[in-house]
Design a binder for this molecule. Structure first.
Ligand code: EPU
Length: 454
């Protein structure tokens, strides 16, 4: 396994407002940024959930399936999305910002030879280009994806799924060399429940005439959102939200207009934040159906909720009680992406909570940082940990090893007594849009700073 702490250097993008409501991306190399947080404050007010990261990246990749115009709104303004947009633009797509979170894409004159290999190598979700480019081009090459290492993250399921659809893939010097001349619809049994492998197979199948059946398909809300987008483009998809998808594709897909769903992982992060800090915050723009088990688990910790049409208001517990276990699973189970925030909550709960994460081998690094702050946690194996509480957390200098770990450490710092410095916050920027500004509105004492020191 590679160094679990490895992450690529950051070339940050920012969205810059121009004249007459136009927007553009501007690259900037940033100095090391960190969050400085003074914890212990109760929070109150409303926090809005942005569009789903894990729906936005595959949907952006899917716009390459057609040479017609696609319009996508509710785009979260985060690093992973900016990188995907830059890669698509680099291929030759015409991109216009129509508003702060809305873009149009015309991928008419794209050419895989123009691909920015360095950008592709820095991002895990660039693997999603494999499916859409296989649909558009007979031959191309693309580097292995990058991204943060949270365990061994193979791509064998992607490759075997595309191969079942007739794509020939050779691996040479860090590249996939793809020959997709003889693609055809087929039945696929995925080797593993994998979100992005399901998405890659769906994108190619959407473009193949005839019936493709994908078994062992992932059912996460973002997979469903991609399926809805592909349906708008003209594919007929049955079984959306189930483990068997039946796709009747079309050679010519249409342009489509789509609004990205709300990010369930972000919503869960904010709900856990509210419960852990015992703050009566309101989390707005949520799709409650995507959060069933998260909410149920939080009730088990002692929280209560007022649930409205598109919001969840937290009624904080007086005492937080440990739960028997947090078992991160495939949807509709507790998402692995919320395992770390739940781990922070467990530090505040009376008793022992066991945590299981069967998907990843490297998602417990945040516990090492929490222990520096005074948490009583033990990593029992690569997939299992135990947290005992309640623990009085104290502010420390800590590091954000991956995206969800970073968000979780923010929660810990907001609970802790004193000042916490969280380093490597580009990890958080990959998935949470200007999180410090949104938390400040709840009364949190958090600021972004940069220095050569931290
Ligand atoms: N796996 C394989 N073979 C494959 C692909 C995956 O064995 O070819 C296994 C992995 O070993 C792991 C599991 O399947 O046990 C998930 O693998 P992977 O990391 O490849 O999942 P993914 O589909 O690429 C998406 C999200 C992740 C999220 C997982 C689980 C995107 C872009 N990424 O990853 O999001 O944790 O599904 O829901 O959608 C995040 O947002 O922080 C994040 C990491």
């Amino acid at each position: 396994m590679r160094d679990a702490h490895f992450c690529p250097p950051r070339l940050a993008e920012t969205l810059v407002e121009g004249e007459a409501g136009s927007y553009s991306l501007r690259s900037q190399t940033k100095m090391a940024q960190y969050f400085e947080i003074n914890g212990g404050k109760k929070l109150k007010g409303t926090i809005e959930v942005r569009g789903s990261k894990n729906a936005a990246t595959p949907i952006l990749a899917a716009t390459l399936l057609t040479d017609k115009k696609c319009t996508i709104s509710n785009i979260p303004l985060i690093e992973d999305v900016f990188r995907m947009i830059e890669i698509i633009k680099g291929l030759g797509a015409e991109i216009k910002w129509l508003g702060k979170r809305k873009i149009s894409i015309i991928a008419k004159n794209i050419d895989p030879k123009r691909m920015d290999y360095e950008a592709v190598k820095k991002m895990r979700s660039s693997i999603l280009l494999l499916g859409s480019l296989s649909a558009r081009f007979d031959n191309f090459k693309i580097p292995y994806p990058g991204g943060c290492v949270i365990g061994s993250r193979p791509v064998d399921t992607h490759l075997s799924a595309l191969e079942k659809l007739g794509v020939k893939i050779k691996q040479l010097n860090g590249f996939f060399k793809v020959d997709s001349k003889n693609c055809k619809a087929n039945e696929i049994v995925l080797k593993e429940f994998s979100v992005t492998a399901t998405e890659n197979a769906m994108m190619l199948a959407a473009n193949l005439p005839g019936k493709t059946v994908i078994k062992i398909a992932a059912t996460e809300p973002h997979v469903q959102d991609l399926a809805k987008f592909l349906s708008k483009m003209g594919a007929e998809i049955k079984g959306i939200g189930t483990n068997t998808l039946e796709i009747r594709g079309r050679k010519e897909l249409k342009g489509a207009t789509h609004e990205i769903i709300a990010d369930a992982n972000e919503a869960a992060t904010f709900l856990i934040l509210g419960v852990a800090t015992k703050s009566p915050i309101r989390v707005k723009n949520v799709n409650i159906d995507h959060l069933d088990l998260v909410v149920e688990k939080l009730r088990e910790f002692g929280a209560n909720f007022k649930i409205g049409k598109d919001y969840i208001q937290i009624i904080p517990p007086k005492n937080i009680k440990a739960v028997t276990k947090i078992d991160a699973r495939l949807y509709p189970g507790i998402p692995t992406d919320t395992q770390a925030p739940f781990g922070v909550l467990a530090t505040q709960a009376k008793g022992e909570t066991l945590i299981f994460d069967s998907l990843y081998e490297g998602r417990f690094n945040y516990l090492k940082e929490l222990k520096k702050m005074g948490a009583k946690a033990r990593i029992l194996s690569k997939h299992q940990a135990s947290v005992k509480g309640p623990a009085k957390l104290k502010g420390k200098i800590i590091t954000s090893y991956d995206l969800r770990a970073g968000a979780s450490l923010i929660i810990a710092a907001l609970i802790a007594e004193g000042r916490t410095i969280i380093k490597d916050i580009y990890q958080v920027d990959r998935g949470y849009e200007q999180i410090e500004e949104r938390l400040q509105k709840l009364g949190a004492d958090i600021k972004r700073a940069e220095s050569t020191k931290h």
